[in-house]
Ligand binder design. Structure first.
Ligand code: F6R
Length: 611
């Protein structure tokens, strides 16, 4: 969602703010703006649309020597994505500028109060109300920091907010409540941002702000206070191991393509340190889980692609891990009043670690006395910090809005968790063949990816004119069918539905005609005859079919369809790790061929920090 960057240091702030905003573009946005000090005044420049529009406007602003400033990319919640609603927003009279990510739930009530006091508003946003409220509180407060805290104490909802006011030259204030915000501490300079990549070229020393904390930053100095009573809070500086290369395109046209192609390395990194060798063979070692009992029942909760990863992992957790496993979409979980017993455990899966619904599900589970395992990618994210135990997927920064390598790493880790619980139930490894197959994935995938990319590109050209697509799969491939459909629709805006193959004849088959192709996942050798029958049913209704299959004994299986995409023979679980990039590459190439904005699809945000 909205991207936030603030800077106070010794260099010109505006270029750094723009650079930071570019690095946060992946979060999704529809307008942008910056505020900085121009002499003793605030200069605010904003524009609807992409950052290029903002940069064009800034070229006309003379003498931008400020060494403190704030910048924002907005993903519209309250009010249209137009310039007047872009951040920063100013207080009445213009002495205070703020940027904000989140939603102030009681903004209407506060706005009515301020209107009654004679305030006038220039935008439709909840953020402007907050800016005015800070200005109003400033009249009663001892100082700017106090006014900031007083206003925030009256605001209900979620926020990451950063403030700049010439009253304290060179100073920025930042506060966090249920929305991501962290500081990057450099030499003689401090950044505040929604996410680490915003300042990664300058520092890897990070201070994670907690809910209810306020930071005051001035040049290279920073301090943190409690929002409740402004008492000082001790913080530690953490070093993040991410490097710039991990957050760069590395010669690829898009981050998404780079992230798909780096999946062999992602699996390797995810396995790193988690498999040990002893006289009796390899074993999975997940020390983070050693202190928790084996759950009697596991509830997986996640959204979007992370949910699809959970659906894929459920079968392994039940069969290999021996743990009865339920699965919920996070936004449904919280409102269905789930029956949770203290001996159950909840596994929340989230790449960003900030998804509002998943975070709320985690809190609900903890309230009900369950232990929560977080499966996250982003270090120090809210879910990572609030879970009882966190297992990091170690996939490195995922910049493309559409999640790819994160799902691959989540699947890897879910397989390891299943094996780990299997081991805890029996002294020997639960399924040595599966573990060997997982260990062989980086090599298998690295060998297969180049040819898959070529095939995906050729298919994309042939099928890009379709208006709708079915994705069919059974067993674990049902989860991948859902993921294939999700990727196609979010990237290319082509309607796509993922179905369990066997469900087709219960209704959806009515849609089949020559203009509604089907992408059939027919990789499961045990279920192949069943999937083949489902494909025949589609063919009998003049449906076009792409079948993703795997070789058997060096040969393609017996199937007559318009397009057969043959993958190398692999262990049944490993075949999913081949199917996943095949689906991702197909969607990528369709979207690219159609000229879509692959890394930043319309209307989407990378981390969904509102309900
Ligand atoms: C799809 C996609 C989303 C996310 C979902 C959950 O490509 O990226 O569906 O998977 O918003 O995000 P996380 O995993 O960050 O909780």
């Amino acid at each position: 969602m909205c991207g936030i960057i603030g800077y106070s240091g010794h260099r010109p702030a505006v270029p750094l703010l723009l650079e930071g905003l570019h690095r946060l573009e992946y979060r999704g946005y529809d307008s942008a703006g910056v505020a900085f000090e121009q002499g003793a005044h605030l200069q605010v420049v904003k524009a609807a649309g992409k950052l290029a529009a903002l940069e064009e406007k800034l070229e006309k602003v003379p003498c931008m020597l400020a060494t403190a400033g704030i910048g924002h990319t907005r993903w519209a919640t309250h009010g249209l994505p137009v310039e007047r609603n872009a951040h920063p927003h100013l207080s009445q009279g213009g002495g205070i500028a703020i940027i904000h990510n989140g939603i102030i739930e009681n903004f209407q009530e506060l706005k009515d109060e301020l209107l009654a006091r004679g305030h006038t508003f220039l935008s439709d946003t909840d953020t402007e109300v907050l800016a005015h409220l800070i200005g109003e509180e400033r009249r009663m407060a001892d100082n700017l920091g106090d006014a900031f805290a007083r206003a925030l104490r009256r605001a209900h909802g979620a926020y990451a907010v950063v403030m700049l006011a010439p009253e304290e030259l060179g100073v920025i204030y930042a506060a966090r409540m249920a929305a991501p915000l962290l500081m990057g501490v450099g030499t003689g300079e401090v950044f505040v941002a929604s996410d680490i990549p915003a300042f990664l070229p300058y520092t890897r020393e990070v201070v994670f702000l907690e809910d209810g904390e306020i930071a005051r930053i001035e040049g290279g100095r920073w301090s943190v206070f409690s929002l409740a009573d402004l008492s000082p809070v001790e913080k530690t500086v953490s070093h993040v191991p991410w490097d710039m290369q991990a957050a760069a395109k590395d010669g690829y046209r898009h981050f998404m393509l780079k992230e798909i192609m780096e999946q062999p390395r992602v699996i390797q990194d995810c396995l790193s340190g988690r498999i040990t060798e002893s006289a009796s063979g390899h074993r999975v070692c997940l020390r983070e889980l050693d202190g928790l009992p084996v759950p009697e029942r596991l509830h997986i909760v996640a959204c979007g692609t992370s949910y699809n990863a959970g659906l894929w992992g459920r079968q392994l957790l039940e069969h290999t891990g021996g743990i009865p496993t339920d699965l919920d979409i996070a936004s449904e979980f919280r409102y269905r009043d789930p029956l949770l017993r203290p001996q159950d455990m909840v596994l929340v899966i989230s790449q960003s670690g900030e998804t509002a619904d998943t975070l709320a599900a985690l809190r609900l589970a903890r309230e009900k006395g369950c232990k929560v395992i977080g499966l996250c990618n982003v270090l120090g994210s809210s879910i990572a910090r609030e879970a009882d135990v966190v297992l990091y997927t170690q996939a490195g920064p995922e910049i493309s809005v559409a999640s790819t390598k994160a799902m691959c790493s989540q699947m890897t880790l879910l397989a390891l968790i299943a094996l780990y619980y299997g081991q805890r139930r029996q002294p020997a490894c639960a399924d040595p063949e599966l573990l060997e197959a997982i260990m062989g994935l980086p090599v298998l995938l690295a060998g297969a990816l180049p040819a898959m990319r070529q095939k995906a590109e050729a298919l994309a050209v042939r099928f890009s004119s379709a208006r709708s697509f079915f994705y069919l799969g059974r067993g674990q491939y049902y989860a991948l069918a859902l993921e294939g459909a999700l990727k196609l629709k979010e990237l290319s805006y082509i309607h796509a539905e993922g179905y369990a193959s066997g469900e087709m004849k219960h209704g959806p088959i009515a849609l089949i005609d020559p203009a509604f192709p089907t992408f059939a996942l027919a990789l499961d050798n045990a279920l192949f005859p069943k999937v083949k029958s489902n494909i025949q049913e589609v063919l009998a209704r003049q449906g076009r079919v792409i079948a993703l299959v795997q070789e058997r004994d060096g040969k393609a299986p017996d199937l007559e369809v318009e397009e057969m995409w043959v993958l190398p023979e692999a262990h049944p679980v490993a075949a999913s790790f081949l199917a996943l990039p095949a689906l991702q590459l197909f969607s990528y190439h369709v979207a690219d061929y159609l000229g879509k904005d692959v890394d930043q699809p319309r209307n989407l945000a990378k981390s969904v920090t509102v309900e």
